[in-house]
Design a protein around this ligand. Structure first.
Ligand code: GDP
Ligand code: IMO
Ligand code: MG
Length: 410
């Protein structure tokens, strides 16, 4: 029986979803990106080649895969066509295998400008990527958005502001050529193996994340069903990708953030070793300890069946590793992830120590070859989150991936 598998971020984005989707796409026929827009930056490294994708699903590097930009996405035509050109220039043939749901919304240049202006004007900026994401989703909620399907709707197109219509004009025919009825496509391909690629992460989800310091799409597992134009029961498995530590770009609460005063060295070490700079904006990412309170919350609110741990190699040389197992808020211990930004800002992480393994993991071919202390870190997380870690990534290259249990197995 074919399987439908969701790969989503289980933290604040940049967990390594692109790498994992690329790896798993080998066994899928169709890859559907279900949320976000050009705010995402998904990196894939294969030997000497590195690709940064923003809108196109991470299965594109295989010549035989169909890739779809789902209904939950917001699409900037300029970014889309420049990404397609970049791929073609690098020898990737994209002809006839990149489709867009006719329910996806379009990002206009003036939304991008409003996004930048509004964030600057905020007393406490969110630190958006300036890609017009929040404005496009609010136009959608306000029922004033423009969908791919609307490009065929003469009356709607005539009602557009001339500047918007002029902007879209050179893209209309190409976009129409890529447009599909995703719901019908999914019915037609019910016997295909499908991978649903998330963007952002559980804690950047509009409803479940650290609101208002979130993005505006549905980056949670539920978003895979909506953005993929299928019902939730057609999703067979949800994988949550997380780093062995935590990062966050932009502002907002981050209880386990390394203390910039006393832990300066650790922060710099993780940022440099893990190459923690944004793919989309180049901003240095904020870094911190693995937050197990937040990770367990992500598991629970997304029905995560199995976790994928990435960046474990970044900790290879440390004597001691710590992870946050509870918050102390106003002298009260809390193991639950609160909605209140004020509570999260006050939360002092309760840290548990683990012994470092002081050995490179890059050469391990199977989990059994891992040092005992690395296994202890992994297995503690599994127990804490009551979720197995079925894949461990020990480097950015496609081949530096250890599969303990294939997600394609029922
Ligand atoms: P995404 O947005 O979730 O796809 O993640 P990004 O591509 O924004 O950021 C992840 C970064 O970590 C990229 O530079 C990847 O090449 C890199 N990466 C992915 N997995 C690993 C890993 O296991 N170890 C290390 N050191 N780097 C990794
Ligand atoms: P991937 O898919 C990390 C963050 C921004 C900002 C907030 C809102 O690569 O994991 P937006 O422009 O979406 O309105 O910004 O969300 N953000 C991300 N952080 N990874 C991402 O995507 C992100 N997409 C948005 O930094 O704090
Ligand atoms: Mg990213």
């Amino acid at each position: 029986m074919p399987m439908n598998v969701v790969v989503m971020g289980a933290q604040w984005g940049d967990e390594g979803k692109g790498k994992i989707v690329d790896y798993l796409a080998n066994e899928a026929q169709i890859i559907v990106r279900f949320a976000g827009g050009a705010n995402a930056g998904h990196t894939i490294v294969i030997g000497q080649e590195q690709y940064a994708l923003h809108l196109i699903p991470s299965g594109i590097l295989y010549p035989d895969k169909m890739v779809i930009l789902g209904a939950g996405m917001v699409i900037d035509p300029v970014a889309l066509f420049s990404e397609l050109k970049m791929l073609r220039d690098r020898g990737i043939d994209t002809t006839g295998r990149v489709f867009i749901s006719d329910r996806a919304h379009l990002v206009l240049p003036r939304y991008i400008q409003i996004d930048k202006d509004r964030d600057l004007a905020r007393k406490k900026p969110i630190g958006t990527t300036g890609r017009g994401i929040g404005i496009t989703y609010s136009m959608k909620s306000d029922r004033d958005g423009i969908r791919i399907a609307d490009l065929e709707w003469k009356e709607k197109m005539e009602e557009l502001e001339p500047a918007d219509r002029n902007f879209l004009a050179p893209y209309v025919e190409q976009l129409k050529g890529m447009s599909i009825d995703l719901s019908a496509y999914m019915v037609h391909h019910k016997n295909a193996q499908i991978l649903f690629e998330g963007a952002q992460g559980a804690l950047l989800d509009l409803d479940l994340g650290t609101y208002p310091y979130v993005s505006s799409g549905m980056s949670s597992a539920a978003g895979a069903a909506i953005g993929g134009c299928i019902g939730p029961r057609r999703l067979d498995k949800v994988l949550g990708v997380f780093k062995a530590y935590s990062t966050r770009v932009g502002n907002g609460p981050f209880p386990s953030e390394f203390d910039p005063d006393s832990e300066d060295e650790l922060c710099r070490f993780v940022r440099e070793t893990g190459r923690e700079y944004g793919v989309t904006t180049g901003r240095p990412r904020r870094c911190g300890y693995l937050d197990l309170v937040a990770l367990r919350y992500a598991c629970l609110t997304n029905s995560i069946d199995s976790l994928v741990m990435t960046h474990l190699d970044v900790y290879d040389t440390l004597d001691e590793i710590k992870a946050c197992i509870a918050y102390r808020i106003d002298d009260r211990m809390d193991e639950n992830f609160p909605a209140s930004v004020e509570a999260l800002n006050k939360a002092v992480p309760v840290l548990r120590s683990f012994t470092g393994w002081k050995k490179s993991l890059a050469n391990a071919l199977t989990y059994d070859e891992f040092p005992t202390s690395a296994m202890e870190y992994i297995e503690f997380i599994e127990r804490f989150c009551e979720t197995p870690i079925d894949i461990v990534s020990v480097g950015y290259d496609r081949k530096e991936t250890i599969i303990r249990k294939s997600p394609w197995a029922k």
